[in-house]
Ligand binder design. Structure first.
Ligand code: CDP
Length: 212
């Protein structure tokens, strides 16, 4: 693989915004791995496949991988982002992301993609720990659940603060407690608590760490 900058952390910790800024600053390709887990969950719901059925979901995953020869599941733009962020998908994605067979396949896709990139920023939950343990720079972004929920509400305006907070807490629990690649900071990750920082402050800390 080329040079990888790995960015992990819980929901709405500011990963996407800061990663896009980093990618712009350094002219890197950017990959949001959560989108692929969301696409799989979205398709499972659409096809009425039970999301806790490991065999069925793994089969769906393989089918989607076969179907997506022309447009990789990693970058597929035919899925509208707002559809992928609706409540049912938020709920289903935790079940789908728990399945080791699914994680294995998504991990394989990401590694293949990264091989074709000179340098890239990859965002997710397990990038610095499982997908690219040898990444050149690793970040782990966090913030209090309340601040993260507030940011999500401001950004999406779709749901109440209470509902968003409950969803953030539920997904944190699911991500941190699953057996396959749980969400945890890599030992060599640079941890940034963004609770009291602006996006610009976080981005400039990350940028200076990348320059060193
Ligand atoms: O944007 P947000 O932080 O809300 O979530 P996301 O990055 O779109 O990820 C959606 C879900 O996919 C997360 O809740 C994780 O359960 C799962 N995910 C994962 O398991 N591993 C990754 N590398 C990325 C996402």
């Amino acid at each position: 693989a080329g040079t990888v900058i790995a960015v992990d952390g819980p929901a709405a910790a500011g990963k996407t915004t800061t990663c896009l800024a980093l990618a712009n600053t350094f002219g890197l390709r950017y990959l949001e791995s959560g989108r692929t887990y969301r696409i799989i969950a979205f398709e499972a719901l659409r096809r009425e496949i039970p999301v806790d059925d490991t065999r069925e979901i793994t089969g769906l995953c393989d089918e989607l991988l076969m179907e997506s020869r022309t447009e990789s599941l990693l970058t597929a733009e035919r899925y509208a982002s707002d559809k992928l962020r609706e409540t049912p998908v938020n709920v289903a994605v935790s079940a789908v992301a728990k399945i080791a067979e699914v994680r294995q396949r998504v991990t394989g896709l990401i590694r293949l993609w990264a091989k074709t990139q000179a340098q890239c920023v990859v965002e997710g939950r397990d990038i610095g720990t499982a997908v690219f343990p040898a990444a050149r720079v690793k970040f782990y972004l966090t913030a209090s659940p309340e601040v993260r929920a507030m940011r999500r509400v401001r950004q999406e305006r779709a749901d109440s603060y209470e509902n968003v907070l409950a969803d953030v807490i539920r997904r944190d629990e699911a991500d941190m407690n699953r057996a396959a690649s749980p969400l945890v900071a890599a030992e060599d990750a640079i941890r940034i608590d963004t609770t009291r920082l602006t996006i610009d402050q976080v981005t400039s800390r990350m940028a200076s760490a990348c320059r060193n």
